[in-house]
Design a protein around this ligand. Structure first.
Ligand code: BG6
Length: 506
């Protein structure tokens, strides 16, 4: 394991939810694992006025709430790393205060001039803050490295992502910019590479000769919670597909990289995105389905519809469900349909990839019309993380009837190994300068390029419906019509990897 160099970790948006739920608990866990450098400090900053003591108290409460730690001594020791100063992006002078704060901490703790800036702020500040930091000399690396981590969404569509990138590149270089996508920190997504390339049995079949179609699903049972304002200007396509689900696709569809280093992996993913067959605006209704949850009763409780959520417009057309069929035009995947779907207020929380293999051509076994016994490899990202292979076996007794059975591996079987939370892994990687799990500009732009015609058509073409679906169901029925063959439908996963079925969580 590489040593982390001494540095200061600055968090913009330090009074927000992400800081207390994910960032501080993740850094605290690194502390417990002895993975932080000897000389280290965290500077939280936001508009709110807080003293160091007040900030420490809030973060101590967050650590108690969002980690399993009971060790008061460790928490108190860690809290000494925490500092706070307020900044206001409308007032450039407040950045001088930040500069002074950093200088004072550096001097008193004898820390080198290495700094990570984490932007956990509204996206409207993703160009503003780096610019103000640069004006104060924080982009200069003559005496120590400087990095900025930017949360998603990186842009709002293709044009705005190009603009944001240009603005950042005026003062910073690509090496300094870490575009974070927390899905890449998930162990199960990284394991896709190992499943595919370290086993002799999967990769030979991983192409258009043997694969029939591929499904990627990310379902959530929660609604938009207290993020109605943000979500209403975003929607499922921007919130989940542009980043998390396309990144999963990248790992599923890429060629084997020449090495496991960042440049090699990111470049293979970019090639996949660049080979996505463009969906023209006039064809969007054939390749996509969007929906919005409406009020319903789940487990005897009335659940609000999307338009009744706080911060959401009463006549909002924002999609809380999106499904897309598309193709990748390259030698490996040419002609094979990919189906991606995501939604809020679906019956369960599950993210998985299903590789559906082609049916047997042998006349004795071609009866399974709806492909009941077709082989499926299911890569479960969460929960009940693991891998499931479905294959046909003979039903005991007379005849040769075939039944689908399961062979499964669950991460929970590795009782001695704990899977690290995604943010913990990614923050650590940013500290040691490993960009393997961070999206680079070219791939983010390629992803937006593919999705922008869909966004445009959804915005401008009034004939494309937003279908309502009752909260707690699997989304609009129309999503089934995306499949080329009438008999096909989505897999309806349950919490437990081995089970599926439309009613399993009810
Ligand atoms: C975030 C989205 O990026 O990912 C949320 O903004 C979503 O809307 C979340 O709920 C899902 O992440 P996870 O790790 O819980 O699957």
């Amino acid at each position: 394991m590489k040593d982390v160099q001494n540095h200061i970790f600055v968090i913009f948006g330090a009074s927000g939810d992400l800081t207390k739920r994910k960032l501080i608990p993740a850094i605290f866990n690194l502390y417990i694992l002895d993975q932080l450098p000897k000389k280290f400090a965290i500077v939280g900053t936001a508009r709110t006025e807080l003293s160091d003591i007040e900030f420490r108290k809030k973060m101590v409460d967050a650590i108690k709430e969002y980690t399993n730690t009971k060790d008061e001594i460790k928490i108190t020791e860690f809290s000494k790393y925490l500092f706070y100063t307020s900044t206001n992006t409308n007032n450039e002078k407040s950045f001088l205060k930040l500069k002074e704060k950093i200088r004072d901490i550096r001097k008193s703790s004898d820390i080198e001039e290495n700094i990570v800036f984490y932007l956990s702020t509204p996206p409207s500040l993703y160009a503003v803050i780096p610019r103000l930091l640069a004006r104060n000399g924080f982009n200069k690396e003559n005496k120590g490295w400087k990095k900025i981590i930017i949360e998603k969404p990186f842009g709002y569509d293709f044009a705005s992502a190009v603009k944001l990138n240009k603005e950042l590149m005026t003062d910073w270089n690509e090496e300094q910019i870490y575009r974070i996508d927390h899905y890449l920190g998930k162990e199960t997504i990284q394991n896709i590479l190992v499943t595919r390339f370290s086993n002799g049995i999967f990769e030979p079949l991983w192409n258009r000769n043997y694969v029939h179609h591929i499904e990627i699903t990310s379902a959530e049972d929660i609604g938009v919670e207290n993020r109605g304002g943000y979500y209403d200007s975003s929607g499922a396509l921007r919130d989940m597909i542009q980043n998390h689900l396309l990144q999963i696709l990248g790992f599923i569809a890429m060629e084997a990289p020449g090495s496991m280093d960042a440049a090699a992996i990111r470049s293979e993913i970019t090639k996949v995105f660049e080979a996505l067959r463009p969906i023209k605006e006039e064809d969007v209704s054939k390749f996509t389905v969007r929906g919005q949850y409406v009020s319903s009763i789940i487990k005897k409780e009335t659940v609000k519809g999307y338009r009744e959520e706080t911060g959401v417009k009463k006549n909002s057309k924002t999609e809380t469900y999106a499904a897309i069929k598309f193709y990748i035009d390259n030698w490996r995947w040419g002609g094979i349909p990919f189906y991606i779907r995501t939604g809020k207020r679906l019956p369960t929380k599950v993210t998985e990839v299903v590789i559906h293999f082609k049916a047997t051509p042998h006349y004795l076994f071609t009866k399974q019309k709806n492909c009941d016994a077709c082989n499926q490899l299911i890569i479960r990202i969460q929960p009940d993380e693991g891998i499931l292979l479905k294959f046909g076996m003979k039903i005991p007794g007379a005849g040769f009837e075939v039944q689908n059975v399961n062979m499964d591996f669950h991460y929970s079987d590795l009782s001695h190994q704990k899977v690290q939370p995604a943010y913990q892994r990614l923050i650590y990687d940013s500290m040691i300068g490993d960009k393997t799990l961070f999206a680079q500009a070219t791939e983010v732009l390629a992803a937006w390029k593919f999705l922008t015609p869909i966004l445009n058509a959804w915005k401008n073409d009034k004939s494309i419906n937003v279908y309502g679906y009752p909260a707690g169901t699997w989304g609009p029925k129309q999503a089934d019509e995306l499949f080329d063959e009438k008999e096909l439908t989505w897999r309806y996963p349950c919490k437990n990897l081995s089970n599926d079925g439309i009613y399993c969580e009810l």
